[in-house]
Design a protein around this ligand. Sequence first.
Ligand code: SF4
Length: 463
Amino acid sequence: MTVSLPIVSHPEAAAAFTGNSERAHWHDQALWFVRVKRDRMARSLPEWEELRTKAAAIKAHTISRLADYLEQFEREATRRGATVHWAANAAEHNQIVLSILQKHSAAKVAKSKSMLTEECHLNPFLERHGIEVTDTDLGEWIVQLRGESPSHIVLPAIHIKKEEVGELFHRKLGTDAGASDPKYLTEAARQRLRQAFLAADVGITGVNFAIAETGGIVVCTNEGNADLGVSLPKVHIACLGIEKLIPRAQDLGVFTRLLARSATGQPITTYTSHFHGPASGGELHIVLVDNGRSEVLGSDDYRRSLHCIRCGACMNTCPVYRRSGGHSYGATVPGPIGSILNPAQDLKKYATLPYACSLCASCTDVCPVKINLHEQLLTWRRDIASAGALGLGKRLAMKATAFVFRRPWLYAAAGGIGRFALRHLPRWLVYSKLNPWGLQRELPPVPPRSFRAEMKRRQRGPR
Ligand code: SF4
């Protein structure tokens, strides 16, 4: 576990996002809409819970024998003509990709969505070496044009309004000023991206699932951009986190049924593409990346986070993520799962993330592979406190809370004072800018006196 200077303060970044309350509200609603779609889809399958249990069991089994399955995958993939590379960390991953590109004198790359390449910061690395990378997923391309990182692992541009996309395309692509019709903008993007597909020397994709038994890889997209990106160039580089392994081809159906329903509330992704070896006359390079995963594998507390299939459902349901936006996490993977994975990479840098959580456990409830997210977040708080990585303000607040919690009479008195203040303070003060807590809430109206008298009478109980 590396320790570096703290540079991510979730509360500060979140305050910047919630400062624009209209955007924060709209972001919250947009993600809640996806969550509701997911619920509808989950309810439409009577075997939903059975699928989740099966998926969790398959993942637990795979992770417990990961080394064996990785070797089996390498053997089978090699037998089918792929070249398998092993990268211990992000730097090695980037170097391997670069050397393949240089070997083929590649100057242009079409890349489909891959959170692993975001995690390894591949784009800036390749650009520093004179290689032009085009992110061909529409949302990813929008954030790339804005010089930003994705704010969500499935919906990378969910924080951007269509009017802002219209303005961006007007500046970068010359579309009509003020145009924000999604159909028009998508068509403009399609025309421009088509040129990138045609010009690409190499196609890079992520991988959703890698099957040890067959040596095949599976890539799920809704836009077909991964297929287009690797169909024209002769060389396909697939970047794969080692936790993406599943043992057998017959296990795949469990995950594809869960993935799209959990991610966007669709029955299946529009394209589920299988690659078994290179295309005829071409090359398939598979880069297996560790980058801290082995360390997580060795931890009893956090091992289950490696089950993640990156569906994003925990983000869509998280009340903190929905209101604070993905960029407030300052990391490639935000939200509940990001708040577990990132401190494992750099405890001090990401020490505030496990506190970006209300411990409501909604993330655990929706996770298709049954990761105990809220429990792991709580465990991180313990580990961060014992590593001395808590900020002074948080330490003092925790000490004060512990002091109050140990004295029930004080807790009850504090509650009484809070209730009194809520009832008697003028509303303008409760909703004042000086009170960010109140500003974010619809507080219940003060009950009428007769109602309060009735409640008091009930609390006193029967005479
Ligand atoms: S932790 Fe679970 S819900 Fe969150 S992205 Fe991963 S699989 Fe999806």
